[in-house]
Design a protein around this ligand. Structure first.
Ligand code: DGT
Ligand code: CA
Ligand code: CA
Ligand code: ZN
Length: 583
């Protein structure tokens, strides 16, 4: 149960109470205020409760005895009886209407009480009926606004970014674990394959009490409503906007089901084809001798390894199961040995208080050392974009001195002097070559001018790669997941050029970037382009590679492909080689 979960539950209670209209307004405000405060809290409520109980919870602004007791119930049992109680007093469909922009609880309540609107269909019918025009505050314009809101609501693609979906799924898994009703619990689907975006969460469990598991799952407070429920399966909408499917399976066929529901669909189709050529039928229930029509004896189902073995393949890691050549690789013993987080020995992109970071160079070095890194580069911004701080022609000496000082103060880790320099619209850099030549590492990144034509943008990056002072092309497209598309470039040309010039290409592991993406990483690897996996950390807590490593693995990356997986001595040699290429 995250703070976000609890905040959403309180928010929902406030909305329902307001809809019902029979509640003291102060009580409604109290739930709203608590939700807001919880959202902004830096500590986890479950930790606060564990360490100090109700007494500590009450010290949080806006949390009195009553709310503290509700938080206690949520963090200890994962449930909240009061929430079900209030939900039961309004039509379920009505709550969905609250998600529509321009339709707050007041208007919704009015439409419910006066016009008996109970769900989205009622709402749309009423808007088109013209009946509302005689009501005060309802004109053509507000009606059009509501209809547009309904449209937007239906159109939202529903795909959610991997980090968000994974956190939500892990919360559900941990609730199921606590229930003690399940023996095995596995995340399947696109989430297990670590896709960048996820359509819905798929969870598979084994249990001796399927009915009990489904009762437990479908009444978790994170759940908005149950879409469908059968004897061994349930689909639900979560308050966070995601959908989740839970399936309860027999342990004997778990492997076959896990393989099937992990997908991808394309991968499954290929595996099934190979099965047919070998005289077996493969489904979620197992591998059977013979054809689908004359299905024979069950030959494998218990583990995924068993399933792969029956078709003559080595175990394929879930991240590769996209029908992108993994089956051929598995058949010929050429599967990659995918990189792991522990393989990273250094980090070549991070920021300190010299530009927009929140920690000093020393503090960043200490934190990196703590993480186990052997070397780092401090790469503070050099940018024209209204940044008062950062590297400039006039303060390079000062920066180099600060690095020198940090080297003395924090022994046991190599600290390189670097910069992340802005790329102008035509590929010229914000700092001149004579400044860049004084630094160990130069990361060149796109931070502005995103709307160029493909030709222009490609020319721009090619020019950057041909600059011998540039060590690394940082977050190559500049995309921000879910917020901004990156530049449109011919990535094949960019990668071919990087290969020629020996420039390293970054996989920026920041969860809102994951740039370069999996498909291009795979291509970079095929060409032999060197990859760097960086955190782009702006604080001492920023050394987070989890999602970057997931992306790298989807891109077939092995530690041999990654420059900063080299131990310091070898890395030093690589860097020297790179420097020799500069005039
Ligand atoms: P998503 O949820 O859109 O991000 O993607 P997935 O891959 O999680 O897809 P989902 O949730 O619809 O189904 C989970 C897995 O179940 C999918 O990866 C493969 C398997 N599956 C579902 N429907 C079919 C199907 O019609 N044929 C085959 N071969 N496999 C299927
Ligand atoms: Ca899914
Ligand atoms: Ca699904
Ligand atoms: Zn950057």
């Amino acid at each position: 149960m995250t703070n976000g979960d609890i905040a959403r539950i309180f928010e929902r209670i406030a909305l329902i109470l307001e809809l019902r209209g029979d509640e003291n307004p102060f009580r409604i405000r109290a739930y709203e205020r608590a939700a807001q405060n919880i959202e902004n809290l830096s500590m986890h409520l479950s930790d606060v409760y564990r360490d100090g109980g109700i007494k500590e919870l009450k010290k949080i602004p806006g949390i009195g005895v009553d709310l503290a007791l509700k938080i206690e119930e949520l963090v200890t049992t994962g449930k909240l009886a009061y929430m079900k109680e209030v939900e039961n007093k309004v039509p379920i469909g009505l709550l969905k209407l609250l998600e529509i922009e321009s339709l707050g609880p007041k208007k919704t309540k009015f439409l419910w009480q006066k016009y008996k609107v109970k769900d989205m269909d009622d709402l749309v019918a009423l808007m088109h009926s013209g009946k509302l025009l005689k009501e005060k505050g309802w004109g053509e314009k507000s009606i059009a606004n509501v209809l547009a809101g309904v449209e937007r609501h239906g159109r939202s693609s529903g795909r959610v970014l991997l980090p968000v979906a994974l956190e939500t799924a892990e919360e559900l898994v941990s609730a199921l674990q606590k229930s003690k009703l399940c023996d095995r619990i596995e995340i399947a689907g696109s989430l297990r394959r670590r896709r960048e975006t996820v359509g819905d969460i798929d969870i598979l469990v084994t249990s001796k009490k399927p009915e009990k598991v489904l009762d437990f799952f479908t009444t978790l407070p994170q759940i908005e409503n149950v879409i469908a429920r059968g004897p061994t399966k349930a689909s639900v909408h979560l308050l966070s906007g995601l959908q989740a499917d839970l399936r309860v399976l027999e342990p004997d066929v778990f492997g076959a089901a896990l393989h099937y529901f992990t997908g991808s669909k394309d991968h499954n189709v290929q595996i099934r084809k190979i099965g047919i050529s070998k005289g077996v039928t493969i489904s979620e229930y197992g591998v059977f001798k013979g054809t689908a029509k004359a299905k024979g004896k069950l030959v494998a189902a218990k583990t995924e390894e068993d399933v792969f073995r029956t078709v003559g393949l080595a175990y394929i890691p879930p991240e590769l199961r996209e029908d992108r050549g993994e089956i051929l690789a598995a058949a010929s013993g050429k599967l990659p040995n995918l990189i792991e987080e522990k393989d990273l020995k250094g980090d070549l992109h991070m920021h300190s208080t010299f530009s927009d970071g929140s920690a000093s160079i020393e503090a960043m070095a200490e934190a990196a050392k703590e993480r186990g890194h052997e070397y780092i580069a401090i790469t503070d911004h050099a940018s024209s974009m209204g940044m008062v701080k950062g590297l400039k022609t006039t303060n390079i000496k000062e920066f180099l001195k600060s690095i020198e000082r940090a080297r003395k103060k924090v022994p046991g880790i190599q600290i390189l002097a670097g910069t992340e320099v802005d790329i102008g619209p035509d590929g010229t850099l914000y700092l001149d070559d004579d400044i860049l030549s004084q630094l160990d590492i130069v990361v060149a990144s796109v931070h502005q001018y995103f709307k160029q034509s493909r030709e222009e943008a490609t020319k721009r990056l090619v020019k950057v790669l041909k600059n011998p002072y540039v060590t690394i092309l940082g977050h190559p497209t500049g995309r921000l997941l879910g917020k901004r598309d990156g530049i449109d470039v011919d990535m094949e040309v960019v990668l071919q050029t990087a290969l020629q010039t020996g420039t390293w290409i970054e996989l920026n592991a920041s969860p809102d970037r994951l740039d370069l993406s999996d498909v291009y990483l795979k291509r970079a690897k095929e060409l032999g382009v060197s990859i760097v996996i960086d955190s782009d950390s702006h604080s001492i807590r920023g050394f987070n590679y989890r999602f970057g490593i997931m992306t790298a693995r989807r891109g077939w990356i092995e530690k041999e492909d990654v420059i900063n997986a080299l131990p310091w001595k070898k890395f030093e040699k690589e860097l020297a080689k790179r420097k020799k290429a500069t005039p």
